[in-house]
Design a binder for this molecule. Sequence first.
Ligand code: GLN
Length: 454
Amino acid sequence: DAFIVKVSQAKALNAFLVETPEHAIAAATAADTARAAGETLKPLAGVPIGMKDLFCTKGVTTTAASHILEGFTPTYESTVSQNLWDAGAGMLGKLNMDQFAMGSSNETSAFGNVISPWKRNDGGNASLAPGGSSGGSSSAVAARLCPGATGTDTGGSIRQPAAFTGISGIKPTYGRCSRWGTIAFASSLDQAGPMARDVRDCAILLEAMAGFDAKDGTSLQLDVPKWEAGLSASLVGLRVGIPKEYRVDGMPEEIEALWQKGIEWMKDAGATIVEVSLPHTKYALPAYYIIAPAEASSNLARYDGVRYGIRDLPAGSGLQDMYAATRADGFGPEVKRRIMIGTYVLSAGFYDAYYTQAQKVRTLIARDFEKAWETCDVLLTPTAPSAAFALGEKSADPIAMYLNDVFTVPSSLAGLPAMSVPGGLDKQGLPLGLQIIGKPLDEQGVLNAGLAIE
Ligand code: GLN
């Protein structure tokens, strides 16, 4: 009963930027026709999916929730969305998000906050953040507006919103899902993945989304495993690592208790628990907030008023003025902050001190995980250091907002598969998420551990 379920209230969540019922209906009709003809149904026949607005969709406005892309209608389809349509799914609409996927609360969208369907049980009526950047996806799935949605995760944007809204979401190994046609934020980190009500639905959706794509130079040339068929909630023989450095200062008791509960559930499912050390964990957040903005500043150079979206051409002005006016008007404050940080850390004189150093730290973090895999098979941690916060609570303080990503960025820097599954409710009746991190390419192990918890 914590959910807002009335259709009349669904719009208030502001989860959808564009609605495309005709697309979903066409998929449903095709499924009906195939069924009537006695044909074998495709794996997602007729399933209506919400698409994060970071995926380019042919003929359907795609903005990354930024004013600079207002009116941009791609002439091509992203590989991930095409894979879903090829599997029989249909698109219900494009989902709101943090602008260019930069944020943890959905408040950086140029088209208004997304609101979580959850409310605290203390009688207060504060609107809660659905998490970010895939907040339209989390809100829509949590409110049961669609059975599944796509998300993208650069430093936690699938997992943290899933945790905030009581749903499941998996970021696969970097390279499993093609980045082609997905608007780039930080190319060495960006990965698409599904968000859905449970682990099984995530497995089914990921199977459709993933796969080698020659159009993405970092796409892995591997067959897509049969993750759904491989699901098993028995963890007998599995070694679950508990990284001691994730016990961060000031971690709320409830998060600590959630983690303990997760450990007990894993043991009940037959796993053995081992403590592991990831000594460079504390450097992950600063390294991420150098590397991600650096890549973003380069990727976002293409929005120049010439090729996509809006163009501001003040009367009598020249090319440089057009660039400046378009970008000043088109990008939101968080995007500008990232571009400034990114160009600063990449500039001559500071490059070695910041960017090169952050890349070295990234390598050390990846090695920490490699070492951990000598003694365990998956890692269990909380997904986020808090339950959903109220809209506005952290938006004035970028550092407080960045700190919310403390548990999700290390595995992103290492390119590892990681998932958030619901771990129960806190005292205020809000969902908390548990994170499972796996070895490279071991999505199956991650999904199975998730299944044992949910
Ligand atoms: N919250 C993180 C950021 O703002 C992660 C975003 C993401 O994964 N897209 O960069």
